[in-house]
Design a protein around this ligand. Structure first.
Ligand code: ANZ
Length: 852
């Protein structure tokens, strides 16, 4: 068997590994250092594809690397197996979603085993198992007890095709559904929410802990998603209204320029103000509201859109000027941001200016953007005040009405009483102080983040553990009655109709409260992001039927040291997992506040520049890939293609090249003739230097995710060994054995089948897990072999030796020439004569000839 045959090697090792289960982590007495390496778990949506092949190669590389570094690595896998794909498949084919799901899981599992992903197969979990989802229900009830799960009647994003509610996060920037592509509309429903907004500050501030270990892009996306704005809340009294109206502003400095107020037409406040107005206003308002509701939130925020609104014939009092200002309803103000009402400062806010121009409302400039601003607190002299010049020098303030452009820049405050002369920043601070002194406002923050809507009108999900008594009051299901299992799918009509399919299962819906009164179950199921928000903890003891997870195990293993997955989860999944971790911290179940200490986002696998998709018919399936080239060649190709965060174009990479390289490396293992354990220190020093530089360099490459460079270094080492055998010290040299063993261990990270076979051919291996190459360990580089040798290079000028340089034996010709030219002795010898010719023979000689 002297030819490399990937199929033979795979067929030999796969059953042995399956038998040994070498990556099971279950020894409580194990004292080795630990790592928790986690791949984002897959949806069971069919067989694996090349994207999976990439992700699971990269995660596995990290896991296998740390094992070679002497760590016990927890590397589990499971399936995110609730959700719409199963339900839609069921609707389309009349199949049971359960059947579809578990069949797909079986197929994916077989593929992952074939792929030699080094998972601990004893920890597999499926979120659609009642043994798993009962703990979603437990989590829900814990959050309910804490007031973090609540129900509210509200406008929701409605996907008219899938007939389900969408989280804000699932609505794309163009206003269509991420799931079905349909244009999302608004609908009023009573839904369950998780109060993630209570955690907005912590979710934002704790991102600082992740700086450097999460991709910067993901941190930015999380920050923008949370979207914290700082400023002030200001209370405006409204004539004839029962209580003051509070607005949020980021520019309290401009309060003296607030010349009208605008409320969101779809807010309760607008309805109340209109109701207290004239019949004409009520009618005009109603018509306007209906128009506004047809528009998407994205449209409403589009600044280029023509401004529209209705005057409510109500008046507010500006708390600092005492002026009466008109109150309007306009759809550029959103009901669910800030307080759904604003103070309009047309001189300094473009939307307000457009509106003021459209409806001929007063505009007052309060920041002179022509005046110079200094970093220091401006000094306002009594003379300046006396002369009426609050430090404004030069040109007159610009006129926003004439130009149509709001003055948004910094400058000096004018027309603003006690704020006059201050810069914007100082005026903001001072204005907040003034408001606080008068009790009409206070410093405040507002967020783009909304509470997490978790109710879904679908069958294939976790039932919400709440029932309603005959008065409609919420009654939580007692903990000891969990799980509330899904009824059998048989006979349930899952076609989307706007209400949950579970509503039709009368004997499931009808229940009794713990004190024996008739009640009806909530028929919605949870967003599947609930399932994935804490699964990393369930892996620690996935079969425990007494608790969601064991805090002692969490203490031992969590947080996850390295999380690996696609950038498509950069916002939602990660945000929710971070949120739930903080909730569990507050409940005292875990001692850490961030779930994933480091994050690696792999790129996508594309084909000829295009995303692979069924509709384009350009999918390379996982099975096709590994059948054609072998598992190891596919894995190696994924690692070698480039930095892991870049996309891989399957048309540009060469799995055949990977295969050839693996064959070259594998052949070496059959040629070594030095016996096992031969003392390498008696071997060829030049080869040993190369081997030990490799040992020293590769860990840094691996830990900075430069897997492609590590593979390139392995290829170089293989070439050097080839030469050493063919035209160097020969196959019997102990340094050759050492080098080939180092190659085998390095390859065990990328190409486990090939490496395992090499290991046995090299005379290692045995019957137990610890004999496998996966646990052979990374050799320490010998520092003595890392010291760079140097050679003496001679520099001649016109045939006379003028200098001797100590240089690396690997120095390039250009570099050596540059050193020679830089030598003072050489320059002196050349004098002012022009150089005619330079001949370089690195690393030994540089010959410089001058013109005579
Ligand atoms: C007065 C003002 C003057 C404002 C000025 C801006 C400039 P960000 O940064 O996005 O948080 N605003 C507040 N609530 C709003 C709502 N529900 N719908 C639409 N706009 C709203 O924006 C905060 C600013 O957006 C607030 O500050 C408010 O306008 C407006 F020269 O108040 B500002």
């Amino acid at each position: 068997e002297n030819a490399y045959d990937h199929a033979r090697i795979e067929a030999h090792w796969a059953p042995i590994w399956d038998e040994l289960q070498p990556f099971t982590v279950d020894d409580p007495a194990d004292t080795k250092p630990r790592k928790y390496v986690l791949d984002m778990f897959p949806y069971p949506s069919g067989d694996l594809h090349m994207g999976h092949a990439e992700q699971y190669a990269l995660g596995d590389i990290v896991a296998r690397y740390w094992r070679q570094q002497g760590f016990t690595v927890l590397h589990p896998i499971g399936w995110d197996s609730f959700g719409l794909p199963a339900e839609n498949a069921a609707i389309k084919r009349g199949a049971d979603p359960r059947q579809w799901t578990y069949d797909n899981i079986a197929q994916q599992k077989a593929s992952m085993k074939r792929y030699a992903a080094s998972f601990d197969w004893t920890r597999v979990l499926h979120t659609s198992d009642p043994e798993y989802y009962r703990w979603n229900q437990w989590l829900f009830l814990k959050m309910y007890e804490k007031g973090l799960a609540y129900r509210k009647d509200s406008w929701v994003n409605w996907d008219p095709v899938d007939q389900t509610v969408l989280a804000n996060e699932q609505v794309l920037p163009d206003g269509t559904s991420e799931r079905s592509g349909a244009v999302v509309v608004k609908k009023k429903l009573t839904q369950w929410y998780f109060k993630i907004t209570d955690y907005a500050d912590r979710l934002l501030d704790d991102l600082n802990q992740l700086e450097g270990s999460w991709p910067a892009k993901v941190l930015t996306m999380q920050r923008n998603w949370i979207g914290r704005s700082t400023g002030a809340d200001v209370d405006f009294v409204i004539e004839g209204h029962h209580s003051p109206v509070t607005v949020f502003t980021t520019r309290p400095d401009t309060l003296f320029g607030a010349t009208f107020m605008v409320v969101a037409p779809d807010s309760d406040l607008a309805a109340e103000l209109a109701a207290g107005s004239t019949p004409e206003v009520r009618m005009a308002f109603q018509a306007y509201l209906e128009e506004a509701q047809k528009k998407s939130e994205i449209d409403r925020q589009d600044t280029s859109r023509e401004k529209t609104g209705v005057f409510l014939d109500r008046w507010a009092i500006n708390p600092v000027t005492g002026e009466r200002i008109p109150v309007w309803a306009a759809d550029y103000v959103l009901a669910d941001y800030g307080h759904g009402a604003i103070m309009a400062v047309p001189a300094h806010d473009q939307r307000d200016l457009d509106f003021a121009i459209a409806y001929d409302l007063p505009v007052r400039v309060v920041v002179d953007t022509n005046a110079p601003v200094t970093g220091a607190i401006p000094v306002i002299t009594p003379e300046m005040l006396a002369s009426g010049d609050p430090g404004t020098a030069g040109a007159a303030p610009l006129d926003p009405v004439a130009t149509g452009e709001a003055l948004t820049g910094d400058g000096r405050m004018i027309n603003s009483g006690p704020l006059d002369g201050l810069s914007k920043q100082h005026a903001i601070t001072r204005a907040i102080e003034l408001l606080e002194e008068r009790g009409t406002g206070r410093a405040s923050k507002t967020y783009r983040l909304r509470d997490w809507l978790i109710s879904r009108q679908r069958y294939w999900g976790t039932p919400i553990p709440i029932m309603y008594d005959e008065q409609g009051a919420e009654v939580p299901v007692p903990m000891d009655a969990l799980p509330i299992e899904l009824p059998n799918a048989e006979g349930i009509d899952m076609k989307p109709k706007g209400t949950s399919p579970l509503g039709g299962v009368e004997d499931w819906v009808a229940t009794t409260t713990p004190d024996g009164r008739p009640a009806r179950r909530d028929t919605d199921t949870m967003d599947t992001f609930v399932d994935s928000s804490w699964y990393f903890l369930r892996f620690l003891n996935p079969t425990d039927d007494t608790k969601a997870f064991d805090p002692a195990m969490a203490e031992k293993w969590a947080p996850v040291d390295q999380y690996v997955g696609g950038v498509e989860h950069a916002i939602l999944h990660l945000l929710y997992a971070r949120f739930i971790t903080k909730v569990l911290f507050d409940l005292g179940y875990v001692s850490f506040t961030e779930p994933f200490s480091a994050l690696l986002n792999q790129g996508m696998v594309v084909l000829n520049g295009a995303k692979m998709s069924k509709s384009k018919g350009n999918i390379v399936t996982f099975t096709e890939g590994v059948d054609s080239y072998g598992v190891d060649a596919v894995r190696l190709t994924m690692a070698f293609a480039g930095p892991p965060e870049d996309d891989i174009d399957w048309a540009d990479v060469s799995p055949t090249g990977s295969q050839k390289f693996l064959a070259r490396a594998w052949r070496l293992s059959g040629e070594v003739t030095a016996p096992v354990g031969a003392d390498p220190s008696t071997g060829d020093v030049a080869l040993r230097r190369v081997t030990h530089r490799f040992l020293a360099e590769v860990p840094g490459l691996m830990e900075s995710f430069k897997f492609n460079v590590a593979v390139a270094r392995t290829m170089e080492l293989v070439n050097v060994i080839r030469k050493a055998i063919d035209s160097g010290p020969g196959a019997a040299d102990p340094a050759v054995r050492e080098a080939v063993e180092v190659v085998a261990v390095a390859l065990s990270i990328f190409a486990p089948y090939t490496a395992e076979d090499m290991w046995v051919r090299l005379g290692h291996g045995g019957d137990t897990s610890s004999d496998l190459i996966a646990f052979a360990g990374w050799r320490k580089a010998d520092p003595l072999l890392l010291v760079e040798e140097s050679v003496t290079a001679i520099v001649q000028v016109d045939g006379k030796v003028r200098d001797k340089l100590q240089v690396s034996p690997l120095i390039g010709g250009d570099e050596l020439e540059a050193l020679a030219r830089a030598s003072e002795a050489v320059q002196r010898a050349i004098g002012d004569r022009p150089i005619a010719q330079v001949i370089v023979r690195a690393p030994r000689v540089v010959n410089i000839a001058t013109q005579k």
